[in-house]
Design a protein around this ligand. Structure first.
Ligand SMILES: C[S@@+](CC[C@H](N)C(=O)[O-])C[C@H]1O[C@@H](n2cnc3c(N)ncnc32)[C@H](O)[C@@H]1O
Length: 388
């Protein structure tokens, strides 16, 4: 399993700077590390948590990261006392065997929400394989919440170019796809009166539980406190890194690096105090993706339905269905031209052929794909970097 998060060094720097995020991790590391500790830092990035583990006296630190930022960490290590106790390992923790199990495993692998790439599976794997029996896994759990909100600014910024644009193009067909995705809410905190009800608890991701969380599925039920226009739901997690140490990503609080998510309704709906809004909010892992679904019904005080929507990230991309068919266990795939090219390059990576030899063969056999030597060489070099 590969991992491509594409965090820039600037983004890693912002994560380090955000003490609202970092402080609970720092306090938890300080709380548990002692001079005999073996620590595993999953997703070390440029190394901050590993360096802190050394500062708190860890005997040994294993720092794992697939991203190139680990090379930055190694460069910084030269000037950090105790960093010679860190073993840097480039790769995914799920694919690596360590020579010993750790007393403490730490990994902040969240995105906007905990349902992000393979993070939950990575921490579950670490708990089973990399952590000593009785060891400490940080984080502990995430509590997820959702609340209906009147937040036209969340919609306008995203939808505006598709509704009307300076080029006078009718791009409205894109809107049906747009409303089937969620996005990071704007950075500024929201006024409390914009939230139309009390937040509802959607569920818990418990990293210490025996079974890995593979999704959530709950019907959230609100009686609206006030009227207005409901545009969608804010959804966020409050993280508990360790007992008593955590942070909140509530839309009422200043934004942390994680941000919070906004799930739009298919259309804004005018509501009154006393109306009821029910949303079945679910997320589940399908192959390599997290698929979110939010089905909403809004009724008035006399139980008459005002609006009803079925939305899902699965409807976001027209090609998703074709991809799903290709992923079915009974499907017998045939190699497309891209695959044939890769197969050929890989088969020539035998220590005998130079990249230039490989590029020349590519050029001769796939002239439509590679119009010149440089393009063919770039393909061969990319395979060499990844698999060589
Ligand atoms: C949110 S960043 C955190 C970086 C750093 N630990 C910090 O707190 O500033 C998460 C990092 O975890 C890495 N990552 C995700 N899953 C991983 C896994 N299973 N093994 C190793 N690294 C992983 C990503 O590449 C990314 O660099």
């Amino acid at each position: 399993m590969s991992y491509n998060d594409n965090y820039s060094l600037i983004a890693y720097g912002q994560m380090i700077e955000d003490l609202g995020r970092f402080q609970p991790w720092l306090d938890a590391l300080r709380r548990h590390i002692h001079e005999d500790s073996v620590v595993l830092d999953i997703g070390c990035g440029p190394g901050a948590m590993s360096f802190l583990a050394c500062r708190f006296g860890a005997r040994k630190v294993y720092a794992i990261e697939p991203d190139g930022s680990i090379e930055v960490a190694k460069r910084c290590a030269a000037g950090i006392p105790g960093a010679d106790r860190i073993e840097w390992i480039r790769g995914m923790s799920t694919q690596i065997d360590l020579p010993e199990q750790a007393d403490i495993v730490v990994g902040d692998l969240h995105g906007n929400l905990p349902f992000y790439t393979s993070n939950i599976a990575s921490l579950a794997d670490a708990r089973k394989r990399h952590l000593k029996p009785g060891g400490i896994l940080l984080p502990r759990r995430d509590q997820l919440y959702a609340v209906p909100a009147s937040a036209p600014w969340e919609i306008d910024a995203i939808e505006a170019p598709w509704r009307r644009n300076a080029l006078d193009l009718d791009l409205t067909p894109a809107l049906s796809m747009l409303v089937n995705q969620f996005w990071r809410a704007r950075g500024k905190e929201t006024d409390a009166e914009r939230l139309l009800a009390e937040p509802a608890h959607w569920g818990t991701v418990d990293y210490h539980a025996a079974e890995e969380t593979r999704g959530l599925d709950s019907t959230l039920d609100w009686t609206l406190d006030c009227g207005g226009r409901v545009d969608g739901l804010y959804v966020w997690f409050d993280g508990e890194v360790d007992t008593g140490l955590g942070f909140s990503n509530s839309p009422l609080l200043p934004e942390l690096q994680y941000g919070r998510a906004f799930f739009p309704l298919e259309h804004p709906v005018d509501v009154h105090a006393g109306d009821r809004m029910q949303t079945r909010l679910s997320v589940r892992r399908m192959l390599d993706n997290w698929v979110f679904r939010w089905d909403t019904r809004i009724t008035d005080a006399a139980s008459v339905t005002k609006a009803s929507f079925k939305q899902s990230t699965f409807r976001m991309q027209p090609e998703d269905l074709a991809l799903l068919r290709k992923s079915d266990a009974s499907h017998a795939p045939v190699l497309a031209e891209d695959g044939q090219i890769r197969l050929m390059v890989l088969s020539m990576m035998d220590g005998q052929h130079s990249l230039s030899d490989i590029a020349n063969v590519l050029l001769a056999r796939h002239p439509k794909q590679f119009r010149n030597f440089e393009m063919a060489l770039a393909e061969a070099a990319s395979c060499s970097r990844r698999f060589g």
